[in-house]
Design a protein around this ligand. Structure first.
Ligand code: TXA
Ligand code: MG
Length: 322
């Protein structure tokens, strides 16, 4: 069942969640597939619906810092970042209290949990539910994340009891996942909060100087950061400066491209080279081009700064073939 976002949809979602069902809910980053974080059989439904490997833990979503404090031991720097960025696109990996009620099924054997406080209706639903909700992106494991209700329905239709349609997700790429360790901040997954924005916030942190270590690109710390992910059926060819017969073009800005007329379909992530706009369009445009059953999607180069880092991370994984 698909219902439009509104007051009734909050009650409806809470009702489904209390009965141990899974619900697709929009967030400011991507759509999430939510379940009661304390209910093992509800969590199992998520893994089954997504065909997600059990070794890949879920992000637990909380309504605010107070709720986070019930489950995790929060160091000063993580607390500072929560105050700066929550509600928002930042997930923090933190040590769980031993008697925490977050169910082991969501944790893949780890003693830490990734916590995020989302914006909008997802936050309203957690508030009404009064418990954290675990939620991975609402897509079949390994395929493109979803940023609108139609894409969720196409991906997971028979497997989800309720989809809440809140329109297009404003940011369009998943949260940045970070972990604080010994005065360093490790970026485990680049996402909606860019390195540059994190750096600015850290420069205002007064307790000690913080170094940012970007390990997302070379070491698989988040088990879900498999080399191949976000993959459409089509091949993805990166840094395209020329189009070959039968390819679709995913353009960025107004860059030169040889034989552009050969493209069978063409979409531009942002004609004005705006990386926020490109992130917002990324998954939707990949879905749309993939639906045309083209063999290859050729993607123009995208600057590796700001949100471009998260965009290039997703595209590199989309292009990776085992
Ligand atoms: O924006 C987002 O983060 C979205 C929305 C729905 O909140 N969620 C999302 O979830 O992207 P998912 O499951 O698609 O990606 C979560 C990532 C996975 O790569 C997982 O391995 C990692 O978070 N993760 C979860 N718990 C972790 C932990 N304790 N330590 C390290 N990585 C963890
Ligand atoms: Mg995902």
């Amino acid at each position: 069942m698909i219902v439009e976002e509104g007051k009734n949809s909050i009650n409806l979602a809470v009702d489904f969640l209390q009965r141990g069902e899974i619900v697709a809910i929009p967030t400011e980053t991507v759509y999430g597939l939510a379940a009661d974080a304390t209910n093992s059989s509800a969590i199992e439904k998520i893994y089954k619906a997504k065909n997600r490997p059990l070794y890949n833990p879920l992000i637990a979503h909380v309504a605010d810092i107070t709720m986070a404090q019930k489950y995790c031991n929060i160091d000063n720097l993580s607390m500072y970042l929560m105050k700066e960025f929550w509600p928002g696109a930042l997930s923090l990996v933190l040590p769980l209290y031993r008697d925490s009620k977050i169910n082991d099924k969501a944790l893949a054997g780890l003693s830490t949990v990734a916590l995020r406080c989302p914006q909008g209706i997802f936050n309203d639903i957690i508030n009404a539910f009064k418990l954290p909700l675990v939620a991975p992106s609402a897509n079949i494991s390994g395929s493109i994340s979803t940023t609108n209700a139609a894409a969720v329905a196409q991906n997971l239709k028979e497997k989800v009891s309720l989809i809440i349609d809140g329109g297009a997700c404003p940011i369009g790429v998943e949260s940045t996942i970070i972990k604080v360790h010994e005065k360093k901040l490790f970026i485990l997954r680049p996402g909606g909060i860019s390195y540059e924005i994190l750096r600015l916030a850290l420069d205002k942190f007064i307790d000690f100087d913080v170094e940012i270590v970007d390990i997302a690109s070379d070491k698989i710390e988040a088990p879900g950061m498999l080399s191949s992910h976000y993959a459409p059926n089509a091949f993805v060819r990166l840094n395209a400066t020329e189009i070959y017969e039968g390819e679709a073009l995913l353009a960025f800005g107004q860059q030169d491209c040889k034989n552009v007329k050969k493209a069978v379909f063409s979409l531009n992530l942002s004609i004005s080279s705006n990386l926020e706009e490109a992130a917002h369009n990324l998954f939707n445009f990949l879905h749309l081009l993939d639906k045309k059953n083209v063999k290859t999607i050729a993607v123009q180069p995208i600057p590796n700064k700001g949100l471009g880092v998260a965009i290039n991370d997703r595209l590199t994984r989309a292009a990776f073939r085992k």
